[in-house]
Design a protein around this ligand. Sequence first.
Ligand code: KIV
Ligand code: ZN
Length: 519
Amino acid sequence: MTDHVLIFDTTLRDGEQSPGATMTHDEKVEIAEMLDEMGVDIIEAGFPIASEGDFNAVSEIAKRSKTAQICGLSRASFKDIDRCWEAVKHSQRPRIHTFIGTSPLHRAIPNLDMDEMAERIHDCVTHARNLCDNVQWSSMDATRTEWDFLKRTVDIAIKAGATTINIPDTVGYTEPVESAGLIRRLIAEVDSADTVIFSTHCHNDLGMATANSLAAVQGGARQIECTINGLGERAGNTALEEVVMALKVRKDIMPFETKVNTRKIMNISRRVATVSGFPVQFNKAIVGKNAFAHESGIHQDGMLKNRETFEVMRPEDVGLAGTTLPLGKHSGRAALRAKLSVLGFEMGDNELKDVFVRFKDLADRKKEVFDDDLIALVRQNNSEDDRLKLKDLTVICGMNGPQKADMVLEIDGKDHATSATGDGPVDATFNAVKSLFAHDARLQLYQVHAVTEGTDAQATVSVRMEEDGRIATGQSADTDTVVASAKAYINALNRLLVRREKTAPGVDTPEIRYTDAGE
Ligand code: KIV
Ligand code: ZN
């Protein structure tokens, strides 16, 4: 048994499935490139049958991949598996991942009895194996599946040619001792278990995904399925950065290796937070803003004497630059480029030019521009192709409402102006956008965070909107909270409009959730 643990990243499939975390084609391709570069072994790039968009993204990622295996998800149907193969086959190292829900609750959905399901598993894995020599089979909701049936299905999948057997804790139900025991028992009791890799895939409903994944490795699993920032449905999936750093820091008791370059963690974490619109909680392990911050006197004193007093790993190990001096309005383009590079953002000349203009504008308003300010600046995901652009905004607020917003909005290249009132400045601003660009999108989330300390701090605003089941998230930062709110709202609308076009009748099929068990 090898001591190498394969890292299977499913940010672009299970992570992206999280309501609101939808990413654009280009964003998916970019994240896949970052994952490949950081040394992830397998990238689950999407669910090719779910939509034309998913199919195209998986194909493109497969074509561009350098080292990582590229995997696509398919339900237990020949049609799904064929579509998956069409997308992943462009990779030098393709993998088909097929699954079915094996627990009593999941068996009831396609209404299959145990024998019928066993036959379906045999047929699907055989079919996949005829297309590709790298086939992963998953028993969805394995941790709530009767032991005898789980063992039987795993045995069938192996005999039919599966090369990886994934044992998902789909609803985050297991705990570490049970997680280790389940894998250990399968390896001990299933025929030919030593010819395949066992994999663990944990959800975080009870906050134990990382512990359960590591326990599964102790039980014999040699693949961990995870996502950047733990992105995923409900409470999310196992966080890649947590399992990778735990294996690195506690090698003394977990003698396993991964290929991940941990210094790339922070950068990809920030990028995934931006494109998914899911900000990382401040006290999140490894990648949270406070993960390496030492506020209290006792802690600071201890840290100054010896860092190891309160730190089990160095910030540099996860790609966090040591404290550096803030930039100001006299800082030039070269200084900005150097600072961005330290923060993990390598930019072409045009992109840098654009960021430099925004940086100068910010530096005029804010004496010191800190690393977090720059990160917020770079994160603003506007595009030249945006249909809506905020040209001007003046808001009157105060104790005597209603508050009023005067706005100029460019719509498809033409300026339109209006005044609107509302219950507070943000409400007035959003009403102004609505009166200029009528839409039925519903505001699902409006969140404001201060980027740094001080009253001149920038506010980052995240806005999530929903229209006919399509969800889009927008973000923006500004020293003026209302301006940041307007820009984030408009940004979300722009992204929703792109999505609306992509899912026009005849262009895309409706989204398929993976709980659907196939034909
Ligand atoms: O959680 C789960 O069971 C899954 C499967 C599709 C592998 O994501
Ligand atoms: Zn899952």
